[in-house]
Structure formats: C-alpha cells, structure tokens
Design a protein around this ligand. Structure first.
Ligand SMILES: [Zn+2]
Length: 350
C-alpha cells in the first residue's frame, strides 16, 4: 500500500518538489478519517486493503483526467521539477457544469487555461467578507453560535446594500488573476466567503445570491460532507452551487487546527481535502481557509507545495498583495453587523 501511495504521488499532476522528494508514501484520502495520519505505520493497521485499492483507483482516475486535459491544451506532462505554473481546468469564475468529469456522455470540459504569476508585485484592496451560519440560531444557542449567525433577512439586506453601494461580487479566482497577471477587476470588487459549509448556505444563502446574480465562495469541511452530517452541505448541493458560479474550496478535512502539526498530518489535510473536492465536484480547489484561523509556517509550506494558491485567515483587513498569498486577510461579518455597519467596513482602507 505504501508503494502504491508513493507511486501515485510521484505522478500527482503539478506536484511540487516537497511531496515528490519524500521517500515515504503520503495520505490516501479515501481511507476512514483519522487512520492515515502517519504513513510509517504498517498498512494493515491503517486501512483495509479494499479501501486502499479503491482510493488509488479514484486517484489514478483523477490523474488521468487531468493529464488528458493537459494534453488537449497542448501542455507538456507535469513533472516534479516543473516551475510553478498550473493548468487551470476551469474558467476564472467557476461556472462550468460540474458533472462533466463524472459521466462519459458529458460534453467536453472547458479548455484548461494557464494562470501563472508574471513576477510583477501587485497589491489591491478587495474586502473578502467572512460569513458562517446563514440562519436564525436555535433558542438554546451559545454565544458563539449566535455571533456567527446571520439571518436570511439580514443577509438579504446585506446583499442589497452591497449592490446599492456599487460593489460587484467576484470570485477568489478573479482576485488571484488580478494579483498574478493584472487581469482587470470591476471598479468596486467584493468577495463573499462562508466558512464551514453549513447546509443553510445552500437553503438560505444560495437562493438570495442567485436571484441577485451574485457569487460567493464556500470553504467546506470534506470529512463532514463525506459523513453526510445533516448540518452540513451534501456534495450534490455543492455541485449545484458550483454550476451556478459558487466556488467550493477547502476548510480542511475535519476542522482540526492546522497549527503545530507535523508535515505528514498537514499533507493528509491539504491533499485529502483537495482530492475529495476535485473528485466530488470536478474542479480542483486552489484556496484554503485555515480552520479557526490557526496556521503556522509549516502549514503554509505544505499547502503551497500541494499547489494551493492562497490561504485565508481571520486576520482583519482588505488589502492583498503578491508578497504574502497564504496570509490573506478578511472582514468578519457578525450577527450584529447591520447594513450601515457593513457599508462602513466595506469602505475601510485597511
Ligand atoms: Zn471554520
């Protein structure tokens, strides 16, 4: 099993030097949660062989799809010492149908495009709003749940105010394309993000966004979705939203802190969540929101080496630059944030 894992990772599309230079096999994302934390443990103690084989086969399938896309786009095969340039198998705003990788009858996927930093330093002020629950908290909710909850009515008034102030919602891909290539942004861009991927994001937030033609990004917890926890999105919901322009990005596998963890564990979190999202919705995530906002230098190193493009923190601010893509700032939206307060923080130069 370890040999197979190492074999898979050696050919992982776009894999960086850190992962491919390791002699040990790394995480198999389809194994049961928590069982593949240390690759050195004998295989028979970590996961049963049937699941391991199934996992590799899924991974191999993803690898083949991506290699086919690269060939179709005239790109050379990925290699371990390739510079940091990646084929992006999606439009900048993720609006493509998402079932295309999942059935043989589907129409061809969009041509991969290359998004690569042109080495020009850039900086831009774009507020990235951070929401969590989009519902009225239950009567017995604790102070944290209350603080993190925005009612659908309040959210609707936020969206109306965002539009009235002349802002346009963009995706993190649009923001990244500006930072890396200078691609144009609308005059007053804003990003709406949701952490944790609660089901109310689909039932309450998504219709309000869709009816206004607005988009958002949801950072999902992949194990919780795999476990079909009722408070969280289903993969079907994620696919439906992705098809409507909502980005599905990583919030890790299980919301355990990514700070003070060892390299193997971080690889398990970074690659596991990435591969699961890519397999389930058909496009590779490129952004992570650190659970509880916790990270350290090794967290950044590992997510970067797994070819994530940027990491989002809970540090307050709205200015982003090419200098520090894995410490991106956001603007917290609370239970108490009324439309006037929202307009005020949107305009802050920080
Ligand atoms: Zn969270």
């Amino acid at each position: 099993m370890l040999f197979v894992c190492a074999h898979f990772l050696a050919g992982f599309p776009g894999s960086g030097p850190m992962l491919t230079s390791e002699t040990n096999g790394y995480a198999v994302q389809t194994a049961p949660p928590g069982t593949v934390r240390t690759p050195q443990v004998p295989a028979e103690e970590t996961a049963d062989d049937t699941m391991a084989v199934a996992g590799v086969s899924e991974s191999e399938r993803i690898k083949q799809i991506l290699e086919e896309e690269r060939r179709a786009a005239g790109l050379t095969p990925a290699s371990a010492d390739e510079p940091a340039s990646y084929a992006v198998a999606l439009p900048l705003v993720q609006t493509s149908p998402v079932t295309q990788t999942l059935t043989d009858e589907s129409p061809p996927r969009p041509t991969p495009r290359l998004l690569q930093w042109d080495q020009q330093p850039r900086s831009v002020r774009v507020p990235v709003l951070m929401y969590h629950y989009l519902s009225v908290p239950p009567p017995d909710a604790d102070i944290y749940r209350r603080d993190l909850s925005v009612s659908p009515e309040l959210f609707a008034s936020h969206l109306d105010r965002i539009q009235a102030e002349g802002y346009t919602t963009i995706s993190l891909y649009d923001l990244q394309a500006y930072l890396w290539t200078g691609a144009p942004l609308p005059e007053k861009p804003v990003v709406i993000t949701f952490d944790d991927g609660y089901r109310d994001n689909f039932t309450n937030a998504f219709p309000l966004l869709a009816e206004r033609g607005m988009i958002a990004t949801i950072f999902v917890i992949t194990d919780f979705m795999d476990e079909e926890r009722p408070a969280y999105l289903t993969w079907e919901m994620a696919r439906e939203m992705l098809a409507a322009g909502i980005s599905i990005e990583s919030h890790g596998r299980n919301h355990i802190s990514l700070k003070n963890q060892d390299k193997d564990y971080l690889v398990w979190q970074a690659l596991g969540s990435l591969e699961t999202i890519e397999y389930e919705v058909g496009v590779r995530p490129r952004f992570v929101s650190y659970p509880a906002g916790e990270f350290d230098d090794l967290t950044i190193e590992i997510f970067k080496s797994a070819n994530y493009w940027a990491g989002f923190t809970t540090i307050q601010g709205a200015t982003h630059s090419t200098d520090d893509p894995f410490r991106m700032h956001r603007v917290r939206v609370r239970h108490s944030t009324d439309p006037d307060e929202l307009a005020r923080v949107l305009a802050l130069d920080w």
